[in-house]
Each structure stands twice: as C-alpha cells, then as structure tokens.
Design a protein around this ligand. Structure first.
Ligand SMILES: Nc1nc2c(ncn2[C@@H]2O[C@H](COP(=O)(O)OP(=O)(O)O)[C@@H](O)[C@H]2O)c(=O)[nH]1
Ligand SMILES: [Mg+2]
Length: 337
C-alpha cells in the first residue's frame, strides 16, 4: 500500500481521489485528509486542486464545535450524542483541534477508549487533531477536513477542542454552532472556563447532571443569568443552558432539538449564511497574514538585521516603530526610510 504522506499526486490521481471521497470511501477520505494536513509544497498545491474539485459538494453539514475543560466529559458526551445521531440515520464525523497533541501524542486517539461505540460505528468517522503544533496550521487543516467530510456525505461534523490557548476562538470560527460543556460543581464559574468562552457559546450544557442534580440546576441558573447579560435583547437566538448527562444519555435529545431550532432560526434570519461568509473571508485574510509573516520572517536580510534591532529596542536605543520600519525597509516595504 502506497504511503499517503510521501505520495505524489497527478491530475488522474486527484480525479480518482475526488471521486472516491464523493462516494464516501473512508480510506480515501483519510488519504485526502492526510493530503490537506501535509506541508510539502507539492502537496499544498495538490490539496487545493482536490478541494476545488470537491467544493460544489461542500457546505451541507451541521458544523458543531464543542469545548470544555479536561474531565468535563467531552469524549463520553460525544460517544453518546454521536451514537444517538447515527441511530437517527445520520453520518457523523468527529474532528479535533488540539495544538498540543503533537507533544502529547494525539488526544482524540487515546480517547477512542472513551468513544467505544463511535469507534466501531460504520456511520461515524473519527479523526484526531493534526499534529503540526502551530494553531494556524492545525486550523487550516481542520477547516479543509470539514470540507472533505462534507463532500464525503457526512451530515454532522463535530469539532472538539480542549481549549488550549486560542483554540476555542479558532474552532468557534469554523462552526455554525458552538457548544460549551460545563461542570456542575460550585466555583466552576471561576475554575475552568475562561470568561470569553461564554461569549462564544450558542448553547451551554451543564454535564454530569446525574451526579449532583441540585448543584447542576444551580450552575445552570448562574450561567443562564450570566448569558442573559451578555446577549443583545434583539438577538434572534438566546443561548439556552441545559442540564445533561453524557454518561447516562440524559437530556441529549433535548439538546439535539435545541441545535435544530438554532439552525432553523439562524437560516431564517439570514445569519447562518452571513456567519459562514464572514468565516471564509476571515479565513482568507488569516491565510494572507500567515503567509506574509512567514515570508517576512524567512527573508535573509530581515533575519540578519533582527538580532541587533531587537537588542536596540530592548535597551531603548530606538523606538519600536522605527525598528519595525527598518525591518520593513529590509523587506523592501519601508515607508519613510
Ligand atoms: N457521573 C458522570 N460522569 C461522567 C459523565 N461524563 C463523563 N463522566 C466521567 O468523567 C470523566 C472524564 O470524562 P471524559 O469524557 O474523558 O472527559 P473529557 O476529558 O472532557 O473528554 C470520566 O471518568 C467519565 O466517566 C457524566 O455525564 N456523568
Ligand atoms: Mg476527552
């Protein structure tokens, strides 16, 4: 069997791969994902060529992001919730954005033990986080993987993140609905989750409701009033707070009903397409910024001038603005020197 990582793709190969992805062949989908994850320059071109072929078949899935602190029950939840979806006849893809997974060895894979049902479910496709380590690179690969899964006919794409660094923001920017899982315990308001994450939430679910129902209800009330303050009075969608148990599969039908309601309201208000369009434009600019910056940093003259200029800035011999100008001048982009 040919190694997808070292393969060279020609037009015929890409046509065949696109056809196999469209037909829903899992091994081909996995191979296509390996291609979009690759950073080899001929692979970058081949991946774009493949995605361009598949673009007409993309866009049709419910794209759902999930975050929550380690231990909140994400994997257990995804296994139960995902199995409910496949039992309804849906095809489900589970992806992850975990920029640290390169070091820790791929969290979702290790988690497959916690996704026992989905791991053997023919209607589910689980893919661990790409391990390139840089959030920007992981995000690009994951966005393009969403497109590939859509072309392969997956109806729901779940993107999990552990919430390291900026990863919640990155995931919220690639999905239609962002679900935040919370723990019922007192002090969780402060403990786990960064406050900004609440602002990203379209739905909050207080998990482990089986364990401490009273605490769970109290936490749900707290989050609900926090959300009420943050949500504009005329917003078409007011993020609800639900109590669930991933372990016992409680409240998950209601959660799915809320997700569908969200979808309906967002479509009706025009916000669904607006959000997707904003996301792709933002993504385009992020790619431009990434590429410009890496060109800039790789420029030999910039590299040569950098150590002295940094020392000058640190010791206040030169202003930061002037140092930036000098660096840009080395790049042929100076404005005033
Ligand atoms: N009581 C209870 N325990 C849960 C629930 N969901 C997960 N757990 C337990 O919490 C621990 C962490 O769950 P896991 O799914 O690995 O969390 P993750 O780190 O967010 O993926 C495990 O021991 C689970 O069995 C739940 O709904 N109720
Ligand atoms: Mg997990």
């Amino acid at each position: 069997m040919e190694n997808a990582k070292s393969k060279t793709w020609d037009e015929q190969g890409l046509n065949d791969l696109a056809a196999a992805v469209r037909a829903g062949d899992r091994a081909s989908l996995a191979r296509a994902i390996t291609l979009v994850e690759s950073r080899r320059s001929d692979h970058l071109a081949a991946a774009q060529s493949l995605l361009t072929r598949l673009l007409p078949e993309t866009g049709k899935a419910h794209r759902i992001g999930i975050t929550g602190v380690p231990g909140v029950g994400k994997s257990t939840f995804i296994d139960a919730f995902g199995s409910n979806l496949t039992a309804m006849g849906k095809k489900l893809a589970v992806l992850a954005v975990d920029p640290s997974s390169g070091r820790s060895g791929g969290s979702i894979l290790g988690d497959k033990t916690r996704m026992e049902k989905l791991a053997v479910d023919p209607c589910a496709f689980i893919r661990p986080s790409p391990s390139s380590g840089v959030l920007g690179g992981v995000a690009r690969a994951t966005r393009e993987t969403i497109l590939l899964c859509e072309a392969a006919g997956y109806d729901v794409v779940l993107v999990e993140t552990v919430g390291a660094g900026q990863s919640e923001y990155v995931v919220a920017d690639m999905v239609d609905l962002f679900l935040v899982l919370m723990l019922p315990g007192a002090g969780d308001m402060l403990q786990g989750i960064k406050k900004g994450v609440l602002e990203l939430a379209d739905i909050i679910a207080v998990n482990k409701a089986d364990q401490a129902p009273d605490q769970g209800r109290r936490a749900a009330r707290d989050y609900a009033s926090a959300l009420q303050i943050m949500t504009a009075a005329d917003a078409p969608w007011k993020p609800p707070v639900l109590s669930i148990s991933g372990l016992l599969n409680q409240g998950l039908d209601d959660l799915w009903a809320q997700m569908q309601q969200h979808h309906k309201i967002m479509i009706k208000s025009g916000l669904f397409h607006e959000r997707r369009q904003e996301q792709t434009i933002k993504w385009m600019w992020a790619m431009v910024e990434d590429r410009l910056l890496s060109r800039f940093r790789a420029n030999p003259e910039v590299k040569a001038a950098l150590p002295d200029l940094m020392a000058d800035v640190k010791d206040d011999r030169i202003t930061a603005t002037l140092a930036a100008e000098k660096l840009l001048a080395h790049f042929g982009m100076g404005d005033f020197i």
